[in-house]
Design a protein around this ligand. Structure first.
Ligand code: V47
Length: 360
């Protein structure tokens, strides 16, 4: 029996794949066979249903103490060219200009800004809850929560509780990068490490918050390190069941200090989607984030294991500053068309995967 046949049998028997199986899937020459197996798992879990949402991105400050080599968005200090920090009123105005009735989510990710008091963050959330009560607030990566805890002398639980009281609805999955210490030391040495990232999500799950998880791939990581990253996410999910979706993030190589590395190709992208669907047997959804994959690769990924394409993403900055050629936003009709053209069924969702039906 070929090695892929052996893995197929395990998948059919719903047996957990080992790290060795994961490594084999990453290196197997027949990508289409790996993708087909992942698609069969996706069909079993979700049928043809393919989720999207209607959301808006806010990055209210790009001042960031950390100096991740892959980042094109952050500016080290207040006052540097292109550094910005929105006051709460500025953020309110910014949202009001872009908000449309019917939107359901705002996704907030910021830099680690040393010049702001803690109260900035709950105030931002309170303003959104007051002015835009229809928006679920998915905000602050685990790296930010860890930074708040250290800087303002609180535990993860204390920080999360205060933010929850102010309106926090869930945590996005950013900042995980690759858990391997060897890689983190080189590409993102001065922010939360793997255990701290996982510790924040554990604390959030224990408080009843759902969260997402990611993996940045295509920098200097090995196949073993990718598989190890997935194994660690899977282990925390066994414990808490709080992750909703895994989002692989393809490295973009413009405007940062890793410009000399080639960006991942479509084949790499589809492979990561497929392997993650097969390895992460306890995480319900796999997202093909169109902003980072490009619209066409994201659509193809929906046939290779992914069952979610993220949302309209009005005004994305992190990837566009790193050279993403994707449009700044897609409208709901365009997203539905992409999904239908792949022979799949579009389904709008809330941030926490409740379905939304709208009158045509
Ligand atoms: O944490 C930054 C990554 C993340 C680059 O939870 C880069 O639903 C590639 O986490 N090339 C932020 N990646 C985005 C993120 C996200 C996106 C969409 C949905 C969700 C969700 C989360 O982007 C960062 C970092 O890992 N990143 N710069 C770059 N040049």
């Amino acid at each position: 029996m070929s090695t892929l046949e052996r893995i197929r049998e395990k998948v059919l028997a719903q047996e957990r794949l080992t790290p060795e199986d994961g490594e084999l899937l990453f290196t197997h020459p027949d990508l289409l066979a790996v993708a087909q197996l992942a698609h069969s798992v996706r069909l079993k879990l979700h049928g043809t249903t393919t989720y999207y949402n209607w959301n808006l991105h806010l990055n209210s400050t790009n001042v960031c103490e950390a100096s991740c080599l892959f980042c094109s968005f952050a500016r080290l200090k207040t006052g540097m060219p292109q550094a910005y920090t929105m006051q709460i009123d500025d953020a309110e105005r910014w949202i009001r200009e872009r908000y449309r009735p019917g939107m359901t989510e705002i996704h907030i990710v910021n830099g680690l800004n040393p010049d702001l008091p803690f109260d900035y963050y709950p105030s931002l959330l309170r303003m959104i809850r007051r002015e835009f009560p229809q928006l679920h607030i998915k905000a602050f990566t685990a790296v930010e929560i860890h930074y708040f805890a250290e800087k303002y002398g609180m535990s993860y639980e204390e920080v999360l509780r205060l933010l929850q009281e102010a309106g926090l609805g869930s945590l996005p999955g950013g900042g995980a990068e690759i858990f391997a210490e060897r890689v983190r030391k080189k590409i993102c040495r001065d922010k939360a490490d793997a255990d701290q990232w996982l510790g924040v999500h554990r604390a959030a799950h224990n408080l009843g918050l759902k969260s997402n998880c990611t993996m940045l791939y295509g920098t200097i990581e090995t196949v073993e390190e990718r598989v190890d990253h997935m194994r660690r996410l899977r282990a925390l999910q066994d414990e808490t069941k709080g992750f909703q979706v895994f989002i692989p993030l393809a490295f973009h190589n413009e405007g940062n200090r890793m410009e000399r590395l080639p960006a991942p190709t479509a084949v790499d992208d589809l492979r990561v989607i497929a392997v993650s669907r097969l390895m992460l047997d306890n995480i319900p959804h796999i997202k093909a984030y169109w902003v980072m994959l490009g619209v066409k690769t994201a659509q193809t990924a929906l046939l290779c294991g992914a069952n979610d394409i993220d949302g309209t993403v009005t005004e994305e900055k992190i990837y566009h500053m790193a050279g993403s050629q994707s449009p700044g936003a897609l409208d709901l009709g365009e997203i539905q068309h992409l999904i239908r053209a792949a022979g799949l069924t579009p389904q709008e969702r809330t941030t926490t995967y409740q379905t939304i039906e709208r009158a045509a």
